[in-house]
Design a protein around this ligand. Structure first.
Ligand code: MRU
Length: 356
């Protein structure tokens, strides 16, 4: 599917290498993360961002954090540290719960053939081989989480492509509006909201993407960067231009990602998503949310239960002014035409079918 020119996340021995998203689009710089603290800081500072990528990075953070000490106490500390990095994207908690469940069951001292080397050098190089070490197992689970994200997003691309085909006309390329960056940069590969766009482009279907700037952090520039990399036509707009474009009939569909989807379909995504959904409803434009199942939180009944991250005032202004900076908003389910996951497309009222 998506040509992978610069990978967002790669294993490198007992560390990971990530593409530093705070340096894009001006320069592509990689950063090696080899300690629990460096992984936690990369998530907090948004060098790594986007719900699925945060989840996969945190999973590797667990493996990295267990290198010298894989006891239950250390595992609990590592998970607590990573869980505190960002509150809204549920993929983080999802990945940490899964790491905890799969690693905790491997007892450090009592299992036959299970040892804790002085320092684990990563799943492929650990001298404990062929015996198991708990840290090596953590690397394997993290690798599986990353691979599953890639596969889920590829499937989202195929399901979303069918929706886009329904909108195809001879008159013009399909006009897609997106918000924030829910592309390959926000995931291990392919993206979520942009996965159907990539699939359409690769199938030779003409598309054009309206890229919303996404104040205050300008993730729209990341979207523009990766669409340019893939050769997909796109136009950057100020966030507040979205309503006018929809009123003028210049948008066929809105495709966004999600940071957490409650059981009733209320969806947390980057601040500004709600206003796009309202405008889409007012102008009869279809509005879809694309996300892997790791973003669905059936423990939250509705959007009111989703924690909204409040970020630093200096993201908006250098100082001296009172600032509120909520990083996400909640789009109520009734504004959403459908949800695209690796399992297909469903309306909000049917989402419980995906609760496994
Ligand atoms: O604050 P960010 O940049 O991590 O927020 C990202 C978003 O809101 C994305 O739209 C969402 O995570 C979906 S990413 C596939």
């Amino acid at each position: 599917m998506t040509p992978q020119r610069l990978k967002t996340l790669q294993e490198d021995g007992d560390a990971i290498v990530v593409l530093d998203q705070t340096r894009l689009p001006s320069e592509a710089v990689f950063q090696r993360l080899d300690s629990l603290e460096s992984v936690a800081n990369a998530i907090i500072n948004m060098q790594v961002r986007g719900a699925p990528l945060i989840g996969a990075t945190a999973a590797y953070g667990v493996a990295i954090g267990l290198a010298d000490d894989a006891t239950d106490a250390r595992l609990a500390y590592v998970i607590e540290t990573l869980a505190a990095t960002r509150p809204t994207a549920v993929n983080l908690q999802w990945a940490l719960r899964r790491m905890d469940a799969e690693i905790r069951q491997l007892e450090v001292t009592r299992s036959v053939g299970l040892i804790q080397p002085t320092r684990c050098a990563g799943a492929n190089q650990c001298f404990a081989k062929p015996l198991l070490c708990r840290c090596c197992e953590a690397w394997k689970v993290a690798s599986r989480i990353a691979a599953e994200d890639e596969a889920a997003n590829a499937a989202i691309g195929n399901h979303g492509l069918k929706l886009l085909l329904d909108l195809q006309t001879l008159a013009r390329p399909i006009q897609i509006m997106t918000h924030c960056n829910a592309g390959r940069l926000a995931t291990v590969a392919h993206g979520t909201a942009l996965a159907p766009v990539y699939a359409a482009h690769e199938a030779g279907i003409a598309v054009h993407v309206w890229v919303s700037e996404t104040r205050p952090r300008n993730q729209g520039l990341l979207t523009a960067w990766e669409l340019a990399e893939a050769g997909i036509p796109h136009t950057l707009i100020a966030d507040n231009a979205a309503g006018l474009l929809m009123m003028q009939g210049r948008v066929d569909v809105v495709l966004v990602g999600a940071d957490r989807i409650a059981a009733n379909g209320d969806t947390a995504n980057k601040i500004g998503t709600y206003l796009k959904a309202l405008a889409a409803k007012a102008h009869g434009v279809r509005f879809y949310v694309a996300a892997p199942l790791s973003t669905f939180d059936f423990r939250c009944e509705n959007g009111a239960e989703i924690p909204i991250e409040e970020r630093a005032a200096n993201e908006l202004h250098a100082g001296g002014i009172s600032v509120a900076n909520p990083a996400f908003d909640i789009t109520p389910a009734h504004l959403i035409s459908g949800f695209i996951s690796e399992r297909g497309v469903l309306a909000a009222g049917d989402l419980l079918q995906w609760k496994t």
